[in-house]
Ligand binder design. Sequence first.
Ligand SMILES: Cc1ncc(C[n+]2csc(CCOP(=O)(O)OP(=O)(O)O)c2C)c(N)n1
Length: 329
Amino acid sequence: MLPEGLSAESLRDMYYCMVLTRTCDDRAFALNRQGKIPFAATCQGHEGVQVGAAYALKRGTDWIVPYYRDTALAIAFGVTPREQLMCLFARKADVFSSGRQFPNHYSVPHKNIASISSIIAAHVTHGVGMALAFKMRKEPAVTLITFGEGSTSEGEWHEALNFAGIHKVPAVFLCENNEFAISVPQRLQMAVENVADRAAAYGLPGVICEGTDPVATYLCVREAVERARQGGGPTLIEAKCYRAMSHTSDDNQLTYRTAEEIEALKVRDPIPRFEGWLKERGLIDDGTTEELKKKALAEVNEATDWAEEQPPPTEEDLYTHVYASGPLS
Ligand SMILES: Cc1ncc(C[n+]2csc(CCOP(=O)(O)OP(=O)(O)O)c2C)c(N)n1
C-alpha cells in the first residue's frame, strides 16, 4: 500500500529530486575545487528530510523559509539546476540576487521561497511574521521554516517559537538535526536530549522523525501542515539526519571527527535507502534508477556549461534587489 497522498509517480519524482540534488551537490564541490566557484554548502545526508517535507506542502499556496543547507528543498519546490548553478557561478541572470548574494541563499518570491538569512535563526522570526500575516489575512497558506539544531541555541529561535505558540500561527518548524553546528556537537549546544523537547516550553507539540527517510518525514510534516492549516497552531518537528561532508567547502571535518566516524555515517545515506524501499515495493527497478541517474547528470552538465557561459553582474546591477521597486502589498 502506498503512503496516503503519494502516488507511485510522485514517489519516483521524489527519488529523482534526491538524485538531482546529490548530482548538483557533487558538482558544486568539484567546481569549488577547480577554483570556478567560491563556496559550496553540502546537502548530503539531508535529501530525505527536505524532499519529504516539500511534498507535504501545497505548491503555489504554502511558503518555505529555508536555510543555506536546503538545496533539495529548494529543488523540490521548483528551483532548477540552471538556477542553482547560476547562483553558484554568481552570474548576472541569477534569479536569487543577480549574482550578488552568498551561494545557496535562495530568494524566489514567485516560487514561494523566502529569502535566506546568513545569520542563523534570524529567518525563523521572519517566517513566523509571514505566518501571522497569512492568519490575519485569512489566507490558507502554511509556512515551513527550517534550520539546524545549532540554530535552536539562538535567542531569536526561542522568541519566534514563543510568539508562534501564543498566536497559533500557521507555521511548521522543521529542525534538520545533523548533530553538528560546524564543529560543535549537539551535547555542547543544549542540555536536553532532543530538540523536540524544547517544544513543550512554548505550548507546541514536539515530534521526532527519521530524517533520512523521505516518506517518514513526509507523513510527519503532512500532519503538522494539516493541523496548522486548520487553525491548530504550529508544530516543532525534529528530523534526525546527518551531514555527510564538511560543513561547507571552507571547513575540514577531519579536525573534529574521525575518518571512521564519517565512514560509518554512509549506512544512513537517504538515496540508496529510499531506492531499496522503492524496489521492495516494485515501484522502481535497476534500469529505471540507472536511467534517472544518467538523466540527472545530463541535466546538471547542461546547467553547468550554460551557467558558466553567462555574463557576470556589472556596475549598473549594484542596486538591483537592494530596494523594493514598488509599493509593498
Ligand atoms: C548568529 C550567527 N552565529 C554564528 C554564525 C556562524 N555559523 C554559520 S553556520 C553555523 C552552524 C549552524 O549549525 P546548525 O544550525 O546546526 O545548522 P547546520 O549548518 O548544521 O545544518 C554557524 C555557527 C552565523 N552565521 N550566525
